[in-house]
Design a protein around this ligand. Structure first.
Ligand SMILES: Nc1ncnc2c1ncn2[C@@H]1O[C@H](COP(=O)(O)OP(=O)(O)OP(=O)(O)O)[C@@H](O)[C@H]1O
Ligand SMILES: Nc1ncnc2c1ncn2[C@@H]1O[C@H](COP(=O)(O)OP(=O)(O)OP(=O)(O)O)[C@@H](O)[C@H]1O
Ligand SMILES: [Mg+2]
Ligand SMILES: [Mg+2]
Lengths: 266, 266
């Protein structure tokens, strides 16, 4: 089972779009996939048409110890299971501030749930911050994927993000590794995109061999900016259902192929 | 003095780009402006070339009660004063969790500082969350500007954001009003942008008269997507210095004019 946290504290870089379309793509390839929405905005849930309002059980209930993951995830037609979130989840940052071992609540809930319901992939969509929700995802994951918009602020944040991953590796989850960086919202032909891509390659080439991101690869597939990717959430669909012939669907299908191909080397 | 919080918990919608270019534009128009960076990513500071590393005093020192605002802000050539931030600021969420009246630390620091150093505008760039840093900005502000990318997720988050503003109005700062919504990263000609803009107008038309956003206007100026706006931060400059003839500079100049014109009706 591969447990992948999709994270980046920089906002609006394509975390949710990547989590949803990667999870949907892997499910279409016949894999058993669970997508966990860790963002109080609940955008991964909304993107797939799940309205987690009122009494609908969400990830918040799991953090409060009131429900098991298996009681909260919703199976979709595609076989994909989604653990929804809503704004209640925002309370976790404060409510768990004093709780002992708060960073491993999700990890423990996940290992309990998958004992009876095996998955091939667990994808975790993180909020744009490095708080207790993201740390829970890092504790529960064995891989990190970093969606990165090739803009100036993106590179700025990367070293801080990698430092945080290293802290988690040292204190909470020694097997955590950053294995993939996905260039999203890519505007081919702009100098900015090619400059940042070059800077990124240089940055990674100078990585110390023992760093948790020393094995990270930049995926060959660039996820190009494509308006259909921004339209799909308003229809509650992945890009594969909404616009299967669009460049957005082609790009995410490419990413899915690369992620599957990693299985043989992983 | 106008104190404006630029906020939206949705990530990557143009908060920092708007805060920096609005502040720079108002300073070019001869106003005395203070820009406060409330984001631990420190992007507003970086955007203007301020590297707040090591012993450079930052907003974090003000939250800790170790420095006054007037000891921390850095005057730039343009007359704009910037209160920088860096990742240290992220500790505030946890460190202040138990502190009494933690939400008004910035308001108190600001009223003390401006007694000796008057400003015409204070612009506060918020992080993509609704935590203690954003609440401090809302407590210190009298106006809220909401940058909004005309995408599906943007509208989803708006009602939650307005609810939070209402909570702050009731409990912390009765004079707080949402006065402006700026459409950013606008892609003219896309159906998505026109659909969301229509939905937004409908949403606002149905606003109850006593709501803190009942007077909110959607600025006429649309900030179009323009790669020069994404390039400017890597040169440490506002759009007016980096690419004064670009559509990005024209759009932000238009926004500055509209903001100045509000003074007569405000
Ligand atoms: N390749 C793309 N082309 C066009 N639009 C995109 C693309 N990827 C994402 N978007 C849109 O850009 C916006 C930001 O993407 P998304 O919400 O996935 O980012 P995020 O990192 O999850 O944001 P947050 O930090 O708020 O969680 C969304 O409105 C989304 O629909
Ligand atoms: N109108 C625009 N045209 C093109 N690029 C833009 C525009 N506005 C902002 N950008 C770029 O898009 C990215 C997101 O913008 P910005 O960082 O200002 O958003 P934000 O809301 O402050 O993000 P965060 O939620 O991380 O604080 C940045 O890389 C920025 O340079
Ligand atoms: Mg997201
Ligand atoms: Mg910002």
């Amino acid at each position: 089972m591969r447990r992948i946290a999709v994270m980046n504290q920089k906002g609006g870089v394509g975390k949710t779009t990547t989590s949803v379309n990667l999870a949907a793509g892997l499910a279409r390839a016949g894999k058993r996939v669970c997508l966990i929405d860790l963002d109080p905005q609940g955008h991964a849930s909304l993107h797939l048409g799940i309205e987690a309002f009122g009494d609908v059980p969400t990830l918040y209930d799991v953090f409060r110890g009131e429900r098991e993951l298996a009681e909260v995830w919703q199976p979709l037609e595609s076989g994909l299971h989604v653990v929804p979130a809503n704004v209640d989840l925002a309370a976790v940052e404060i409510e768990l501030a004093e709780v002992h071992q708060r960073e491993s609540i999700l990890r423990d809930a996940l290992s309990k749930a998958v004992a009876e319901h095996p998955f091939d992939y667990v994808i975790m969509d993180c909020p744009p911050s490095l708080g207790v929700l993201t740390v829970n995802a890092l504790a529960a994951a064995d891989e990190v994927f970093i969606p990165l918009q090739p803009h100036f602020f993106a590179l700025q944040g990367l070293s801080k993000l990698l430092e945080t991953t290293q802290l988690v590796t040292h204190h909470v989850n020694p097997c955590l590794r950053v294995t993939g960086i996905a260039l999203c919202l890519f505007e081919t032909g702009t100098r900015l995109a090619s400059d940042v891509t070059d800077d990124l390659a240089l940055f990674l080439a100078n990585t110390p061999p023992d760093a948790p991101w020393s094995g990270a690869r930049v995926f060959e597939t660039r996820i190009r900016r494509n308006i259909k990717l921004a339209e799909a959430p308003s229809f509650g669909q992945s890009i594969f259902d909404y616009a299967p012939k669009s460049p957005g669907a082609a790009d995410y299908a490419g990413l899915v192929r690369e992620v599957l191909a990693m299985e043989h080397t992983h």
